[in-house]
Design a binder for this molecule. Structure first.
Ligand code: 6PG
Length: 246
């Protein structure tokens, strides 16, 4: 496990969502002060919904320099945007549609394209946005991840080749629930961020969380998220007693 991992355990999802919104606001202000912009990548799934909602409300909404914020996704299901499984589609309503974000600062993954083509298009978008040369990696200021009971994160699933990808920034994969074609950022990109934050509701995932935080030398994708230069933070909704000395 990352030597400087920060673990925050709270009993309610609201407390964790507040922590996540505070970190988002704090990091955004810091990033804009330092570099004039803030780049963040978010996950799909259910857990981030409450956190997204809080970002549309004060005290967070007014603190965040939205006009200098660029939002990306860590993964996307290859379905039409109006499909209920679309991460971007579900983020539009009650989150993106309430933010004063210029359209060009919202960077959905092209889930409507054929997966291979979509991966290439998004990879090109990252190269252009981060002005990458000679195989450099994008350096997001902040990445929010979830984790499945099987230890997957983004759309990097156990036992898949994506676990060992060293060069590509975005891959077409298949799996998860729903078991569909997907696009995912790769581990080199996740591990090059300034801050990587897992937001996980322990319920039914306690065993996996304990394994990951204990740094079990296993092949769970979430164990392989160890930012090279950045901070790793786990925000967990659950009972500290159940999570052992996590
Ligand atoms: C996805 C997500 C995925 C998610 C986990 C946890 O597109 O499915 O990015 O990695 O974060 O599956 O999902 P929940 O938050 O719904 O538990």
């Amino acid at each position: 496990m990352h030597p400087a991992v920060i673990i925050i355990i709270k009993r309610t999802a609201f407390q964790i969502a507040m922590q996540a919104a505070e970190l988002f606001a704090e990091t955004a202000v810091e990033a804009v002060k330092k570099s004039g912009q803030f780049s963040v990548a978010v996950s799909g799934g259910d857990t981030p919904r409450l956190f997204f909602h809080l970002l549309t409300k004060n005290p967070f909404h007014s603190r965040i320099p939205w006009e200098k914020t660029d939002i990306f996704w860590v993964d996307e299901r290859c379905v039409p945007v109006n499909h209920p499984a679309s991460n971007f589609g579900t983020a539009r309503v009650g989150f993106l549609d309430l933010l004063p974000l210029p359209k060009q600062r919202i960077h959905p993954m092209p889930g409507e394209l054929m997966p291979e083509q979509g991966a290439q298009v998004y990879e090109k978008e990252l190269i252009c946005f981060f002005e990458l040369k000679n195989g450099n990696l994008p350096a997001f200021d902040l990445i929010f991840l979830g984790m499945g009971k099987d230890g997957h994160t983004a759309s990097i699933f156990p036992g898949q080749p994506s676990l060992d990808e060293k060069n590509k920034l975005v891959l077409p994969v298949m799996g998860g629930e729903p078991n569909v074609d997907r696009l995912t950022l790769t581990l080199p990109v996740l591990n090059n961020a300034g801050k990587v934050v897992f937001i996980v509701t322990a319920l039914s995932k306690e065993r996996t969380i304990r394994k990951v935080l204990a740094g079990d030398p296993c092949d769970l994708p979430a164990v392989k998220v160890n930012p090279v230069h950045g901070e790793l933070i786990w925000m967990i909704t659950g009972d500290p007693a159940l999570l052992g000395d996590a």
